[in-house]
Design a protein around this ligand. Structure first.
Ligand code: SF4
Length: 368
């Protein structure tokens, strides 16, 4: 078995060195391999072959959630509540602006990342109003807002097409879309973990339409629950196909499933092992030969493992994610500065060059 597996990876190395594209069978062989160090080596080779340098990126950003009220009830979600449950909130555009301005004085973020539940208690004007007011208050801040599922929700609220919804948001100041709502595209998995969510075709339609309008987007995969290796590879290759067509994805972000406070916790599920997190980073870097960046999302995988992931094909550690710090402890200027320092320290310790970027990967500052 070991010899066979080794042969499969040798073939993949040859394909990489010849600049050949990897296929479904290659993806499966990579997923099935337990030779983690070899996976990392191949992924790093692929990253460098495609123009990657020692630069590792991060952005200074603020996380906002406009509402946690959601009608969808995905089984993996511990965030959503109904309007009547304790802790339900829906912030007005004014509240969000006030909050963001307060945070900005403390941290000087360049990006707002905002997603939320699909509340049936708001209308489309609410979403446009949020974007417009945030943009007017902070015109130099990039607004990365709303998953494809939320955009789809807005088409239901408004009766508009996906294109018209995106056009209105773009006119109000939307800069890009995050990648959420992708989960795993396979119908079997979706039925099990998110039966109330729209068909994945809408995810692709939304991103394709956004790219056509000049709105860049991100792409994700929520892994570590019921999906098979085949379904992971299928997911990645579907993303690659759209990227071939449009070139509109800025980065891929693998998201590890967290079972706490979900129905899966009651079934005794636990967190993904670090080996699986690293494997996902490596295989996605290898298969997604046309997506410029792969993020090691430290919020989910932890900073020490994100640091290791930089040797498995990742070239981005996401950002400072100001919101979580400040939301829980006011006056967090020092903490945020420490967080940048910490990201810089971690990247340097991995032998790489920290580069602060904006959302579109323009360089703001580098630490040689
Ligand atoms: S649509 Fe989003 S917020 Fe709503 S339940 Fe699913 S994951 Fe949670």
């Amino acid at each position: 078995m070991a010899v066979l597996a080794e042969t499969g990876l040798d073939r993949i190395r040859e394909k990489l060195e010849d600049g050949e594209r990897l296929d479904f069978e290659d993806g499966l062989a990579l997923m099935e391999s337990d030779d983690l160090l070899l996976l990392g080596e191949l992924a790093d080779l692929a990253r460098r072959q495609r123009g990657g340098s020692d630069d590792v990126f991060f952005v200074q950003n603020l996380y906002l959630n406009q509402t946690n009220v959601c009608r969808v009830k995905c089984k993996f979600c511990a965030f959503a509540v109904t309007q009547k449950q304790p802790g339900a909130y829906t912030y007005s555009p004014e509240q969000l602006v006030e909050d963001a301005l307060r945070q900005r004085e403390l941290t000087g973020f360049t990006e707002i990342h905002m997603v939320g539940g699909e509340s049936p208690h708001v209308d489309f004007d609410y979403y446009v109003g949020i974007v417009r007011q945030l943009h007017e208050a902070m015109p130099d801040v990039h607004l990365k807002c709303f998953t494809a599922s939320e955009i789809h929700h807005m088409t239901k609220l408004s009766g508009l097409s996906h294109e018209d919804v995106l056009r209105e948001l773009q006119a109000a100041g939307l800069g890009s879309l995050p990648g959420g709502g992708a989960e795993i595209f396979a119908d079997r998995v979706r039925r099990l973990i998110a039966p109330g969510k729209e068909h994945p075709d809408f995810w692709f339609h939304t991103h394709r339409t956004a790219h056509g309008l000049g709105i860049p987007t991100h792409c994700t995969m929520l892994y570590g629950h019921v999906e098979t290796y085949e379904e992971r590879v299928d997911h990645l290759l579907r993303l690659r196909e759209l990227q071939d067509e449009t070139g509109g994805f800025l980065a891929f972000i693998p998201l590890a499933f967290h079972p706490h406070n979900t129905v899966f916790e009651r079934r005794g599920w636990t967190f993904t092992p670090g080996s699986d997190d690293l494997k996902l980073i490596a295989v996605s870097r290898l298969l997604l030969d046309n997506v410029p960046h792969v993020k090691a999302y430290w919020i989910m995988m932890g900073l020490p493992l994100a640091q290791v992931a930089l040797h498995f094909g990742a070239d981005d550690v996401q950002g400072t994610v100001v919101r979580e710090e400040i939301f829980h402890a006011a006056g967090a200027r020092t903490e945020t500065e420490q967080k940048i320092d910490e990201l810089v320290r971690v990247v340097k310790a991995a032998g790489r060059v920290p580069v602060q970027r904006d959302t579109l990967y323009n360089e703001i500052r580098r630490w040689e």
